[in-house]
Design a protein around this ligand. Structure first.
Ligand code: KPL
Length: 319
C-alpha cells in the first residue's frame, strides 16, 4: 500500500516508522521544508526503549513527485490543516483514504468549510511519541488509536477504512474502527482542556498539576465546563472526563505537554484549537465558561510575549 504522511512531527514520524516496518508498505513523508526533506530522505530513526531502528521512508516536499496514494495521514497542527490539504492535492484520487489527526476541535470546522478531495475520516490516538530531532522519533508507548467517519459514507469507503484498521494492527498499533468518532474527539479534547494550558501557566510537567491544589481545582473546573458544553452539543463523552483527565495526568506525570513544549520552543501554541475552540462553542450556546476563559487569556498573554519579540522575518518551525 502506498501511504503518505503529511507532517514530519512526532506523531507523523512515529506513524511513518511503524508502517515502514512492513516491506509491502511504500511509506512517504511529505514535509513543507524541502531542505529538511532532502537531508532526512530514506533514514528515519526510531527509538523504542533501548533499541534503535532505521526505517526506510521517502521524504519529499513535493506532492506531485510522490503522486497518488492509497492512504494519506494528515498529521499537521490544527492551524496548518488547510495548507496541508491544499499543498497535497496531487496525492488524491477518488479512492484515496484520508485520515486527519489533530488536537482539539477547530480542524473539524476547517474541514467542514473546505472543498476536500475526498470525505475524510478522523483519528484520535493515545500513542506516545516524542521527536528527538528531525528524522528521529522516540516511541513512548502503544496507546489505542481510534478511527472513524464523522458522517455516513458509501459501503466501499467503510471497507477501505476496515483495511486501514488491519494495516495499523499488522504494524503493531492497537487500532479500533468506531462509529462515534466525534465522542472520542471530545473525550481527548477535554483531557487537553484540563492539562495543557495549566502546564503552561504553572510551567510544569503534567503530574505536578495533581500535587498543586490550586492547579488541580482549576483542572477539574475546566474539564467540567467543557463537559457541560459537550452535553449541550449532544456529544456523549464515553468515559467520565474528570477521572479520565486525572488518570492521563498521572499516567503521563513526567511528560511536558505539547503546549508547554511549544511555549519552550517559542512557537505558536494550540490554545485556539483546544480551550479557545471550546470557548467559541460555549459562546454560541450561551454557556458561561469562566475558567477556560481565564486559561485562554493567560496562555495568549504568555504566547504574545515571545511571538511579538520574535526576530523580524523569523518563522516558527512548523513541523
Ligand atoms: O495530549 C497531550 C498533550 O501533551 O498534548 C497529553 C495527554 C496532555 C500528554 O502530554
Amino acid at each position: 500500500m502506498k501511504i503518505v504522511i503529511i507532517g514530519p512531527g512526532a506523531l507523523g514520524s512515529l506513524f511513518a516508522a511503524e508502517l515502514a516496518a512492513r516491506a509491502d508498505n511504500d511509506v512517504w513523508l511529505l514535509d513543507h521544508d524541502a531542505e529538511r526533506a532532502a537531508r532526512i530522505n530514506g533514514k528515519l530513526l526510531l527509538t523504542v526503549g533501548e533499541q534503535e531502528f532505521c526505517r526506510l521512508v521517502s521524504f519529499s516536499a513535493d506532492a506531485t513527485r510522490i503522486g497518488p496514494a492509497d492512504l494519506v495521514l494528515l498529521c499537521v497542527k490544527s492551524r496548518d490543516v488547510a495548507a496541508g490539504i491544499n499543498g497535497s492535492r496531487a496525492l488524491f484520487t477518488p479512492t484515496t483514504i484520508l485520515i486527519t489527526f489533530q488536537n482539539g476541535i477547530s480542524h473539524l470546522d476547517t474541514l467542514a468549510q473546505m472543498k476536500l478531495p475526498v470525505q475524510p475520516a478522523v483519528g484520535v490516538t493515545a500513542m506516545g511519541a516524542t521527536l528527538k530531532a528531525p528524522g528521529h522519533v522516540c516511541h513512548g508507548g502503544h496507546g489505542l488509536t481510534r478511527i472513524g467517519f464523522l458522517s455516513p459514507v458509501p459501503r466501499e469507503k467503510e471497507k477501505q477504512l476496515d483495511r486501514v484498521e488491519d494495516l495499523f494492527r499488522q504494524a503493531g498499533m492497537p487500532t479500533e474502527r468506531v462509529a462515534n468518532i466525534l465522542d472520542f474527539v471530545w473525550a481527548k479534547l477535554l483531557v487537553n482542556v484540563g492539562i495543557n494550558a495549566l502546564t503552561v501557566i504553572y510551567d510544569c510537567p503534567n503530574g505536578d498539576l495533581l500535587v498543586n491544589a490550586e492547579a488541580k481545582a482549576k483542572l477539574v473546573a475546566a474539564v467540567l465546563e467543557g463537559h457541560a458544553v459537550a452535553r449541550a452539543l449532544g456529544i456523549d463523552v464515553p468515559t467520565d472526563p474528570v477521572s479520565q483527565t486525572l488518570t492521563v495526568c498521572e499516567a503521563t506525570a513526567a511528560n511536558i505537554s505539547s503546549m508547554l513544549q511549544d511555549v519552550r520552543r517559542r512557537r505558536p501554541t494550540e490554545i485556539g484549537a483546544i480551550n479557545g475552540a471550546l470557548l467559541d462553542k460555549a459562546r454560541e450556546l450561551g454557556i458561561d465558561v469562566p475558567v477556560n476563559s481565564e486559561l485562554v487569556s493567560r496562555v495568549r498573554q504568555i504566547e504574545d510575549g515571545y511571538l511579538r519579540t520574535a526576530p523580524r522575518g523569523s518563522c516558527p518551525d512548523r513541523l
